[in-house]
Design a protein around this ligand. Structure first.
Ligand SMILES: [Zn+2]
Length: 808
């Protein structure tokens, strides 16, 4: 009864005593510095934080000025050492790539600590006052380290404030270490996060900054199943966003978020919001102004990078678990750039409103006011639109809960078509963006040589500026609509009905696309004709195919990524790999599609086997399971190559394994995918969810370990690295009338000792007719096979089109 009462009460609880002022606390946290009176000698002291051990062998510790009576930081100058043994092979291997060893043992001569745990108490217990007679004295503490502390403090202030004003049983610990060999690197032990321990460093490569994650893993307690982590203290149920776009394309927004409380003690809530947007106020439902704190204007590397911003809000008091409450945000700024020829580019597609990121689904009610000549398209269905006095007002609502909302606008031409129960509309401008025109002029200009005859009649060869035919994205309007229509129809047969009543495709003046729920962003390049792309220098076959399949890839995201989401960064291949494979399957249906399909997968294979500057293959950068961590200072392409292309191959192999050549191609595989969409539609799935699901569809032949599991397949391909090399030797002998014995061996190399695979062996007969003879179980000791055939094969070989391998 009490609980019901508590749930029914929507308003904040009244505190017995006035809570501390969050604004004041935050300011104090931002301004902490070394406390002159708190400098001590520290020797032979160790701190253990989960699997991380910090040794302070000999030096000085100085505590930072307290905030609300609590010490939240310290610096150590002297001889120290860190020791960390990552808990699994994946993290050990990843750490080795960055540091050269699977275990982190690094001496350091300086560290800045920030914490909300017992660190101050533990260090103080071992510290003793310095002896003025001692020859060793702390140096540089104030001159060198105070400015650093001042620069870095805002990085952690909001996280520390969260604990000072909220629950204390999931504390935070951070060490910024000056390593003797490895340079500056950082250790986070944040018990609120599912991956409690994160070690990494900010590194620069080719003028780009990368947040390299050396290792990241859950706490020991979480692994044992006992720990509670708390990713968020509340969840957004619905967004109501009113956006005004001025003539100069600046944005003024008001967002009303309805949230559901998940914690009865938390007061600080953080929201993602572009750094280009400035929050002017946040109010609760009673109209009270709430304190809010924008994230630092610069990122970890100190660069003023766009996007990735955030804003934190302090509630006057926590709400009971399950209670719904509202927050109203007002913000202004510019997230839209003009990129020439009247084209607009919505740069901050995901952070133009305060949100909780992609992981949570919510309903969206969006209204926009914008200059009338423009057309605006948004996620959802357009309910209403009217124009008066040069301003258009447009109202959009989502089909149920979706993971993200976006919009796009321009001087568009449009076309509409109907696929099954889904209306598809396509929006594109007449002209291409300035950057593409420039690129066209550059490529064409360089090629233009002409015989020029002078007045005297002498002729010479000269470079002339050839008239450039204007690029016409609008000419691709019907073709894109047709591709989208066919993709929706085909994918419906493969994965089940489209979950949305309307899908808009709109032009993005950039080199990439994005498939959002009910709104696809497609680059201008995908609207151009193949001949126009060739004029732009996209002669490379795989690059051409890339833009060719992009419509289908982004449409496939309606199922993979939007309707069925991913649980954590480890699982993003369920979105990108599956969309890539769906797009490849779509390509296979074009005229001469089978050849194009294998050409695309062949190009993916070459990318995976291509070498980095250090001489290793791109594929060896890490397993699919590391997701976005694969793009780092060692290889900025890692994520795209491994999570898109290798994952595409994993599905191709799974389909091959699940296909009985005697039955309709891929039937079992597609039934498995369709059922997966049905089981996880509207939810987020994990890699483990997918593996357990796939196991339900395996054939007896796939049950290599006789345990009903497919771990032998997924462990090396999704959680591991390595592309095998196979060498086949075969021999054909007649065995009576219409009977031939095909026998031989396959040797395996280039992969770990536990790598095993079912390798498809094909026989080629006259007129290139290929028949799969069977699957050969190949392990580190190789594999032998014996098949019979009614006709003599002209050739026996490994089916290279169905397996990601180097075949010798
Ligand atoms: Zn994608």
């Amino acid at each position: 009864m009490l609980l019901l009462l508590a749930l029914g009460c929507g308003g904040p609880r009244v505190w017995a005593q006035a809570p501390a002022d969050p604004n004041q606390l935050l300011q104090q946290l931002n301004e902490v510095q070394i406390d002159f009176t708190q400098v001590y000698v520290l020797r032979d002291t160790a701190l253990t934080r989960d699997r991380v051990k910090l040794y302070f062998n000999r030096g000085f510790v100085a505590f930072l000025t307290p905030v609300a009576g609590e010490v939240t930081g310290a610096v150590f100058v002297g001889d120290g050492e860190i020791l960390l043994i990552p808990p699994n092979a994946v993290e050990k291997r990843n750490l080795t790539q960055f540091t050269g060893a699977p275990i982190l043992t690094e001496p350091f001569d300086f560290t800045l600590l920030r914490f909300t745990d017992q660190t101050a108490r533990e260090l103080r217990a071992r510290a003793r006052p310095p002896d003025p007679e001692d020859s060793e004295q702390p140096t540089g503490l104030f001159e060198v380290w105070n400015p650093l502390i001042r620069r870095r403090s805002p990085d952690h202030s909001v996280r520390i404030l969260q604990d000072l004003l909220g629950r204390r049983d999931l504390p935070f610990f951070h060490a910024r270490l000056q390593g003797v060999n490895l340079g500056v690197f950082q250790v986070f032990v944040d018990e609120r996060l599912p991956e409690t321990v994160v070690v990494g460093a900010v590194r620069e490569k080719n003028q780009q900054w990368y947040a390299d994650v050396w290792c990241s893993f859950p706490s020991r307690a979480a692994e044992a199943g006992g720990a509670e982590t708390q990713a968020s203290s509340s969840r957004v149920v619905s967004y109501k966003i009113d956006t005004r776009l001025a003539e100069d394309h600046s944005l003024e927004g008001r967002a009303e978020l309805t949230l559901e409380s998940r914690s009865a003690v938390e007061r600080i809530l953080t929201f993602e919001l572009s750094r280009w947007l400035k929050v002017s106020e946040v109010r609760d439902e009673a109209g009270n102004r709430l304190p809010f704190f924008p994230g630092p204007a610069v990122d970890q590397a100190g660069a003023a990078a766009p996007g990735n911003g955030w804003v934190a809000v302090a509630l006057p008091a926590p709400y009971p678990v399950g209670a719904h409450f509202r927050l109203n945000f007002s913000y202004q700024g510019n997230v839209i750039a003009e990129v020439g020829n009247d084209l607009l580019y919505v740069g901050e597609r995901g952070s133009w409103y305060p949100s909780r990121g992609f992981k949570e689904r919510a309903t969206y009610d969006l209204t926009f006011r914008f200059p009338a000549p423009l057309t605006l398209v948004a996620t959802g269905r357009r309910l209403e639109e009217k124009t008066a006095d040069g301003v258009t007002w447009s109202h959009w609502v989502s089909d149920g809960a979706i993971p993200v909302a976006g919009f796009n606008l321009g001087l568009y031409q449009t076309t509409v078509c109907q696929a099954e129960n889904t209306t598809i509309s396509v929006y594109v401008t007449t002209e291409a963006e300035a950057a593409l025109k420039k690129r066209q002029a550059a490529t064409q200009g360089a090629q233009a040589l002409a015989v020029v005859r002078s007045r005297t009649g002498r002729s010479s060869l000269e470079v002339v500026s050839r008239p450039v035919t204007p690029l016409e994205p609008v000419a691709g309007l019907e073709d894109v609509a047709d591709q989208a229509l066919r993709a929706v129809q085909y994918f419906t047969t493969l994965f089940g009905p489209v979950p949305y009543s309307h899908v808009a495709i709109s032009q993005l003046p950039a080199g990439f696309g994005q498939g959002w729920p009910q709104l696809v962003y497609l680059p201008t390049l995908s609207f151009l004709r193949a001949s126009e792309r060739s004029e732009l220098g996209l002669d490379d076959k795989s690059e051409e195919l890339h833009y060719r399949v992009m419509v289908a890839h982004e449409i496939a995201h309606q199922w993979w990524g939007n309707y069925l989401g991913w649980k954590s960064y480890h699982d993003q291949w369920l979105s990108e790999g599956f969309a890539s494979y769906a797009a490849a399957l779509f390509l296979a249906r074009e005229p001469d599609g089978e050849r194009k399909f294998h050409e695309l997968l062949g190009a993916y294979k070459r990318s995976l086997l291509s070498k980095t500057k250090e001489g290793r293959t791109v594929e060896s950068g890490g397993p699919i399971w590391l997701g976005e961590r694969l793009s780092n200072s060692l290889d900025p392409r890692g994520y795209l190559t491994i999570v898109y292309m290798k994952a595409c191959w994993v599905l191709q192999m799974l389909r091959m394994l699940m296909t009985d050549p005697a039955k309709p191609a891929g039937e079992r595989f597609f039934r498995m995918l369709r059922d997966f969409v049905q089981a996880y539609g509207g939810k987020n799935a994990s890699t483990e969810d997918f593996i357990r699901h796939a196991e339900k569809y395996m054939t007896p032949a796939l049950d290599l370990e006789h345990d009903g599991r497919l771990e032998w397949f997924f462990n090396p391909w999704v959680y591991g690295t390595g592309i095998p090399t196979y060498k086949l030797t075969a021999d054909v002998q007649p065995r009576g009338a219409n009977k031939f014995l095909v026998q031989g061996r396959i040797e395996q190399s280039g992969v770990g000792a536990d790598f095993e695979m079912l390798v498809p062996v094909m026989a080629t007969f006259a007129r290139d007719r290929k028949v799969r003879l069977g699957l050969v179980h190949v392990t580190r000791t190789g594999g032998s096979f014996r098949f019979t055939s009614t006709r003599r094969p002209a050739r026996v070989a490994i089916d290279e089109d169905s397996i990601l391998a180097v075949v010798q």
